[in-house]
Write a protein that binds this ligand. Structure first.
Ligand code: URA
Length: 240
């Protein structure tokens, strides 16, 4: 496999950003700096970026899970409630899975789990700005054009103004919102702010990855290509 593709498949960065890292002389293969993204590497090659070993693409696990209501999105729960991590079989070799970000206990939909803490951290970092798409069922219908415009401009919350959301009405009491931040209870607080308490909230996409027909409580492993696409989704598109 080409070195650029190897780094992208391992989730280091997008294909383009991986090639830039290589050209910048930040990548070594078997202890030699390699500046050619087309260099062939395989499972026996030792590849380092900025001196850190790159996990083989085949060792990286990323799962998409459809979180049901009543399930917490932390790795462990002191109160003993079911966790998203318990919905997926333990990876071999005792590796731990980390949720990428959080959904409230009563929010359903797409959440990612991975055995790669750095990947989880990167996808959650505000700088990375991965768009997240939510569908909300609202109280106090019908939702007004004014409320939609206010959400689209960004609203002021207790912890400061939000970035503008992309908003689409799906019906008099249903909205789809795309936000790039990930503050606590952000969507619910934004909607409360414009006069519509949320009755149900579902995350239907994380960057380019869609929930699709994954049933509540079920999971699937992402392909190397899907991981690469996720890493290209954030405006940050950079390593660390
Ligand atoms: N915004 C919320 O208010 N809750 C969630 O679970 C996710 C986003």
């Amino acid at each position: 496999m080409r070195l650029g593709k190897f780094l992208a498949s391992a989730g280091v960065a997008s294909r383009r950003a991986s090639e830039e890292l290589i050209r910048a002389g930040r990548v070594t293969v078997d202890e030699q700096v390699e500046t050619d993204p087309a260099r062939q590497v395989d499972g026996t090659s030792t590849v380092l970026v900025d001196g850190q070993a790159v996990r083989q693409p085949s060792q990286r696990l990323v799962y998409a899970v459809n979180k049901p209501t009543g399930v917490v999105s932390t790795a462990r729960d002191p109160q003993g409630r079911p966790t998203v991590v318990s919905l997926v079989p333990h990876p071999p070799g005792g590796a731990r899975l980390y949720p990428v970000g959080r959904l409230d206990i009563d929010t359903t939909g797409l959440i990612l789990l991975t055995n790669d803490g750095e990947l989880a951290h990167r996808l959650m970092h505000p700088r990375f700005e991965v768009p997240k798409t939510y569908r909300a069922l609202l109280g106090q219908p019908p939702v007004s054009g004014r409320a939609i415009r206010a959400l689209g401009d960004g609203v002021v919350l207790e912890d400061g103004p939000t970035a503008p959301a992309a908003v689409r009405a799906l019906g008099p009491d249903r909205l789809e919102l795309v936000i790039t931040e990930g503050r606590k209870r952000q969507v619910k607080r934004m909607l409360e702010r414009v006069g519509h308490p949320v009755k149900q909230l579902e995350r239907v996409a994380f960057g380019p990855l869609k929930l699709g027909d994954l049933r509540p409580g079920s999971y699937r492993r992402l392909t190397a290509k899907e991981i690469e696409q996720l890493l290209s989704a954030g405006s940050g598109d950079r390593r660390r």
